[in-house]
Design a protein around this ligand. Structure first.
Ligand SMILES: Nc1ncnc2c1ncn2[C@@H]1O[C@H](COP(=O)(O)OP(=O)(O)OP(=O)(O)O)[C@@H](O)[C@H]1O
Ligand SMILES: [Mg+2]
Length: 457
């Protein structure tokens, strides 16, 4: 679709795409309803025609075509598990999801009808992908900003926008923005060499945390430095560019708050959750965060909604936080993710609207769904790759061990420590939280370790 023909958000609901069936000949270029669009020889070519305005002002399909009124097409850059988990809600809402996948075997490819394999760092690949969809969104935050700016210049509807996404791509940009909005940051500084780290540590005290501003995930790009000697391990990190150094926050636990915002401004938040990391990888999430002070819950929720509004976020955003009871605001902001997030997987079964459905609604500027929790507590336990490679063989034991637990598997090959799925469990009325955690943990362990060695209770 040429940029000039691209529908505005408000038009999306009216998009009409005549589909040329194998038996139909392409209509004459001067015929009714032609838009000068790309009429190809193939009868499978989709032609985007403008709808016709009726005398009562409403839109109707153009005359003269074997028309099918279709829904918007959402393109997702990246074919990981987040894109895959958008597929279920897309099917339920009748939306078409297409994925720009890193390879033919990545997680999302099996879940969507159409995917294109290509390099998200290549301008022409991105352009060709965007040309066939109405809205582009993301499975990850690694697409270079300059390429996104070009797509935006072409008229592609990107959600989130490159300007907003930058705050999830670059931790230095994020720290500056959080300071600028007067929200609670840990002490931090941009440094370019070891001397900069030492002078920062001289002020805040060791340990400090050194981070690469871009490209980190699951703790890669994060180094805790206990003293000057620890800097040795970071020698290769100083290549002239800026790094982020932060105080080591003595947090009581990690929290996360998930919000969604649509382009016209409506925004909602789910309850604040506790997220438990093991070796910097999210291992378990408890919703809502047990025993969280109401005041802190209100403050972090307001902060996340404020960030979403002021940064112009569209879609789902997760704000990772450190709880610091008794100090300052009672919390500090760790980082932002602008897409569905591991700390929001519980919403798939534990809230009236799951984060993947909400993301689709938000990027299409549709009314957002209720974020009300469906149980007193929900627990999400990640399944990390372990000894068992035959996940399905463990299904009978796992599913019978926790009939009310929900298993989500990502269709990925098992590798040690790799996130390959998760289990959600909801508290029955009166059920203690520890029992729900045990249930989710037991089912995840059976899948990770295999049925034979797993406990049966
Ligand atoms: N300033 C800090 N003080 C104490 N611990 C920290 C600090 N910054 C990060 N951490 C710890 O390191 C983990 C990873 O850090 P961070 O979230 O910044 O990195 P990441 O690799 O980008 O994570 P993600 O996988 O969430 O994208 C955090 O979850 C936290 O446990
Ligand atoms: Mg993080």
């Amino acid at each position: 679709m040429a940029p000039a023909e691209r529908a505005t958000q408000a038009d999306l609901a009216w998009r009409v795409r005549p589909i040329l069936r194998p038996s139909c000949a392409p209509p004459s270029p001067t015929g009714p309803g032609t838009s000068g669009g790309s009429l190809g020889a193939s009868c499978e070519t989709r032609v985007h025609n403008p709808p016709v305005r009726r005398s009562d002002g409403r839109l109707r399909p153009p005359r003269g075509y074997p028309v099918v009124v279709t829904f918007p097409v959402i393109g997702v850059i990246g074919g990981g598990q987040l894109a895959r988990m958008m597929a279920g809600p897309a099917v339920e809402l009748g939306l078409e999801l297409r994925v720009l996948a890193e390879g033919p075997d990545v997680s999302a490819v099996a879940a969507v009808a159409r995917s294109r394999v290509g390099d998200y760092r290549d301008r022409e690949t991105l352009r060709a992908f965007a040309a066939d969809v109405d809205v582009v969104t993301f499975d990850h935050e690694h697409v270079p900003g300059e390429l996104l700016a070009q797509l935006e210049g072409d008229g592609v509807a990107l959600h989130p926008s490159p300007a907003a996404l930058l705050h999830a791509q670059d931790k230095l940009v994020m720290r500056r923005a959080v300071d600028g909005l007067g929200l609670p940051n840990p002490s931090w500084r941009a440094v370019t060499d070891a001397a900069g780290v030492e002078s920062f540590a001289a002020e805040t005290g060791w340990p400090v945390v050194l981070k690469t501003p871009r490209g980190g995930y699951d703790g890669k790009g994060v180094l805790v430095l206990r003293d000057t000697a620890g800097l040795e391990a970071a020698r290769d990190w100083f290549t002239g560019g800026e790094l982020l150094v932060e105080q080591f926050v003595p947090f009581s636990r990690e929290l996360s708050v998930l919000v969604a915002r649509r382009p016209s401004g409506e925004a909602v938040a789910w309850p604040v959750v506790e997220s438990i990391q093991v070796d910097s990888v999210c291992n378990e999430v408890i919703a809502p965060a047990p025993g969280l002070a109401d005041e802190t819950a209100r403050a972090v929720t307001a902060a996340a909604l404020h960030l979403a509004e002021r940064l112009g976020v569209t879609g789902v955003m997760a704000v990772e936080l450190f709880e610091t009871p008794g100090a300052g605001a009672g919390y500090l902001i760790n980082e932002l993710a602008m897409r569905p997030h591991n700390s929001g997987h519980w919403t798939m079964d534990g809230a009236a609207t799951g984060q993947f459905e909400q993301h689709l609604r938000a990027v299409l500027d549709l009314p957002l769904g209720s974020t009300a929790p469906l149980a007193g507590h929900a627990v999400m336990k990640n399944i990390l790759g372990g000894a068992n490679e035959d996940i399905y063989a463990a299904y009978p034991t796992a599913l019978s061990s926790g009939p009310s637990a929900k298993v989500h598997f990502y269709g990925k090959d098992v590798r040690p420590g790799r996130k390959i799925g998760h289990v959600n469990a909801l508290a029955a009325p009166g059920e203690p939280l520890e029992d729900v955690r045990a249930r989710a943990t037991r089912v995840a362990a059976i899948l990770r370790d295999g049925a034979r060695d797993a406990p049966t209770q």
